[in-house]
Design a protein around this ligand. Structure first.
Ligand SMILES: Cc1ncc(C[n+]2csc(CCOP(=O)(O)OP(=O)(O)O)c2C)c(N)n1
Length: 154
């Protein structure tokens, strides 16, 4: 990775709460460009973070929306049942488009790799207002992609 890029992770006590809040605080305190990479449940959980008058133009959100808490699909014994989808994964079909408009973020989205590659340079170049880039990813292959990613890290 380019050594000029700094990476911070908001772990706390494993809570998904407050990631957006923390990232906005970091962006306010920094002259650099700041990009928050987050999941949909984490993002919607902390959407009130967007309600303040200080969001700088150097702040961007990359939101990976797989329509739920995809991480729970890697739990041992996971089965595609209504109980799992409703109470563990909390499946939903919200998008962040309305929130982006409400809080004056420029909104972009991508639903496949081709769109992602096309839109990403524009997202990174936009400097006139905060940006929210929502990437829609498929729910049901989430666990196999995630496990493959973990394997590649080792
Ligand atoms: C405050 C809080 N509530 C609930 C949890 C349990 N939890 C862990 S991961 C997760 C879902 C995260 O979903 P998302 O942000 O969409 O990321 P994905 O798993 O899809 O990558 C939840 C609810 C938590 N860690 N913290």
């Amino acid at each position: 990775m380019d050594p000029s890029i700094e990476v911070f992770c908001n772990r706390g006590t494993s809570g998904i709460d407050g990631s957006t809040t923390t990232a906005i605080g970091a962006a306010v305190a920094s002259m650099k460009e700041n990009i928050l990479i987050t999941g949909d449940i984490s993002f919607f959980y902390d959407s009130n973070a967007l309600w303040n008058a200080y969001i700088p133009k150097n702040f961007k959100i990359i939101l990976i929306n797989n329509q739920g808490g995809g991480i729970f699909r890697i739990l041992p014994g996971h089965q595609e049942t209504e109980v799992f989808n409703t109470f563990f994964e909390t499946t939903h079909n919200f998008t962040a488009e309305q929130l982006a408009s409400m809080y004056h973020f420029k909104y972009y989205q991508a639903t496949d790799l081709e769109a992602l590659e096309m839109v990403l340079p524009e997202v990174l170049q936009e400097n006139s207002q905060p940006v929210l880039f929502e990437i829609h990813t498929p729910t049901t292959v989430n666990d196999s992609v995630l496990l493959e990613y973990f394997k590649n890290l080792t």
